[in-house]
Design a protein around this ligand. Structure first.
Ligand code: NAD
Length: 299
């Protein structure tokens, strides 16, 4: 399949590499020249513009930072015409960025007006999952769009879910990440309380893992340095999933809750914790560094 891939950052670059490895004919575009070179070395062709990369494509995939970038790319802005106005043929559009569900719905509706199929397909699994090709894709869109997207997504991921109509992928992703933010901050809180009352964090972790407090953050991503050798906490919180991105996702979940008039007291608490942590200069560290917010010694 001829695949156009737009946005070759931390996630997009390894995802596009896996499409090349699966034998697809991949053409890439990123605003950064530097980001395109490794993909060209891996066997992709490189386009000079977003408009050019979509020419002749069966599938167009975007992996961009936020909603403004996705809307700008497809719908256009003051500086440029959007792709929906210039694309020809019958390509399926897959946007894998994490953005507000309403932004996905807006782009999806504009795509449908032009006769293009669109699915939102945000991912879970982080950079490690993108490199290993084991991402979870949470797809929103028609059944037909989902079935067209599935074989392409299978080259980059392990679990492919259909959450519902356009925008539903984003809703499910935001619910998941809100829960993850709550679990990580709760885990950090419990560990700090135990340590400040004389417990060894590794012993306490093992006890809670085997008890009713066990959860994904504690069991596989322990936020206390040295407890889990492979966790970002044991590598000075480098790599992993950035605090800035967790704060972004919790902000999107908060906006979603405002819109549906839902009460999310735990989610809003987590949003404030991660936003404060980012504001204090930890935005570029893994999100499990929220542990530092609870520590008197600030290791
Ligand atoms: P990133 O900032 O590393 O990469 C974004 C890339 O998009 C950059 O290379 C940038 O130059 C490019 N770009 C921006 N606007 C563009 C445009 N108009 N045309 C072409 N290229 C453009 O971001 P990332 O970490 O790869 O994340 C991408 C998306 O995936 C985000 O929405 C993020 O929330 C989501 N996500 C990230 C992770 C993670 O662990 N990094 C995990 C799950 C989901």
């Amino acid at each position: 399949m001829r695949i156009a891939f737009i946005g070759l950052g931390n996630m997009g670059a390894p995802m596009a590499t896996n499409l090349i490895k699966a034998g697809h004919d991949v053409c890439v575009f990123d605003l950064s020249e530097k980001a395109m070179q490794p993909l060209e070395d891996a066997g992709a062709s490189r386009a000079k513009s977003a408009e050019a990369v979509t020419q002749g494509a069966d599938v167009v995939i975007s992996m961009l930072p936020a909603g403004a970038h996705v809307k700008g790319l497809y719908l256009g802005n003051d500086a440029a015409q959007g792709l929906l106005a210039t694309m020809t043929g019958n390509p399926l559009i897959i946007d894998a960025s994490t953005i507000a569900p309403d932004d996905s719905r807006r782009v999806g509706a504009a795509a449908a007006e032009r006769g293009f199929a669109f699915v939102d397909a945000p991912v879970s699994g982080g950079v490690a999952g993108a490199v290993a090709g084991t991402l979870t894709f949470i797809v929103g869109g028609s059944e037909e769009g989902f079935e067209r997207a599935r074989p392409v997504l299978e080259a980059m991921g392990k679990n492919i879910f259909h959450a519902g109509d356009t925008g539903s992928g984003q809703v499910a992703k935001l619910c998941n990440n809100m829960l993850l933010g709550i679990l990580m901050s709760g885990t950090a809180e419990a560990l700090a309380l135990g340590v400040e009352n004389g417990l060894d964090p590794a012993v306490l972790s093992e006890i809670m893992k085997q008890s009713s407090g066990g959860n994904w953050a504690l069991n596989g991503y322990n936020p206390w340095p040295g407890v889990m050798e492979k966790a970002p906490a044991s590598n000075d919180y480098q790599g992993g999933f950035l605090t800035d991105l967790m704060a972004k996702d919790l902000g999107l979940a908060w906006e979603l809750a405002l819109k549906s008039k839902s009460t999310v007291p735990m989610g809003s608490q987590a949003r404030n914790l991660f936003a404060l942590h980012a504001a204090q200069g930890s935005g570029g560290l893994d999100f499990s560094s929220i542990q530092r917010l609870y520590r008197r010694d600030k290791e």
